[in-house]
Design a protein around this ligand. Structure first.
Ligand code: NDP
Ligand SMILES: O=C(O)C1=N[C@H](C(=O)O)C[C@H](O)C1
Length: 246
């Protein structure tokens, strides 16, 4: 399979390694320096494109791939405010896109466990819940996409929470939070690849589930597997469509 890598930073470079190990060829690599090479003609050399760029760049990159009619895997986070628009465009133009806030198997298992736990906790109103995420200091978006997916899973399953609110490095005081709001507390610490915790806390005890990424390999391998899965499909997909934990 010929792959175009849009974004050749921390993730793009590890994805290249896994792609080559799995017998694929990288035919295009785009970063800030050579953005002008992101053309329909160059994209058409690829069977699939993989975008791990920046929140600001993602939407334009998606439209470039739609115009070139190249299936696209989007790992970039921080653009989900435009998710519905992109979904509509993808489906009306008969393009292919798969996105995911986190491509690692471990986190996708964690997403499933989180939803099961939230459903159970409907019967235990003494517990309040919050999500915590820690990432490296270069991260541009907050909260992390993974934390948003966890929060949305809780809101979907737990009747007493209706929306999430984010605080970065302790910016929201506890008094501001309404009972039906779910706090996502974000922290930025040098060199942390990604740690997510869901905490249910009562006056007498606490239940925690936690995922710690030791490195970025799980995300990168998952992105290559997603690209292999998407290559001959048409439609709008999420990484959850690949895994079947239900
Ligand atoms: N879904 C998942 O599993 C995961 C998602 N992510 C997400 O992936 C994204 C990238 O993460 P990471 O690799 O750590 O970030 P980096 O900052 O290391 O890399 C980003 C890359 O994007 C490039 N870039 C910037 N602007 C553009 C543009 N307009 N067009 C094309 N490329 C551009 C940068 O170029 P230059 O080097 O020249 O600055 C850089 O190569 C983030 O949104 C992050 O949250 C990260 C890990 C896992
Ligand atoms: O920016 C990162 O590094 C990561 N971003 C993703 C996110 O926003 O959830 C996934 C992973 O946690 C690493």
């Amino acid at each position: 399979m010929n792959i175009a890598l849009i974004g050749y930073g921390k993730m793009g470079q590890i994805i290249e390694r896994f792609a080559i190990e799995r017998g694929h060829e990288i035919v295009l690599k785009i970063s800030v320096d050579n953005q002008e090479d992101l053309t329909a003609a160059n994209l058409k050399k690829a069977d699939v494109a993989i975008d791990f760029s920046t929140p600001d760049a993602a939407i334009n990159n998606i439209y470039m791939c739609f115009d070139a009619n190249v299936p696209l895997v989007v790992g970039t986070t921080g653009w989900y405010g435009q998710l519905q628009e992109i979904k509509n465009e993808c489906l009306s133009r008969n393009n292919s896109l798969l996105y995911g806030s986190n491509f690692s198997i471990g986190v996708n298992l964690f997403f499933h466990i989180n939803e099961v736990l939230a459903k159970v906790m409907n019967n235990y109103p003494a517990y309040d819940v919050q999500v915590e995420e820690i990432h490296h200091t270069q991260k541009l978006d907050s909260p992390s996409g993974t934390a948003m997916t966890l929060a949305e899973g809780i809101i979907e399953q737990l009747d007493r929470k209706n929306e999430w609110l984010n605080e970065l490095d302790g910016s929201v005081s506890g008094d501001v939070l309404k009972a039906d709001q779910l706090l996502i507390a974000s922290e930025r610490i040098e060199n942390v690849p990604g740690t997510h915790t869901v905490i249910y806390s009562s006056e007498v005890d606490e239940i925690e589930i936690k995922h710690t990424a030791h490195n970025r390999a799980g995300f990168a391998l998952g992105a290559v597997v997603a690209a292999e899965w998407l290559q001959h499909k048409q439609g709008f997909f999420n990484i959850a469509d690949i895994f079947n934990f239900k």
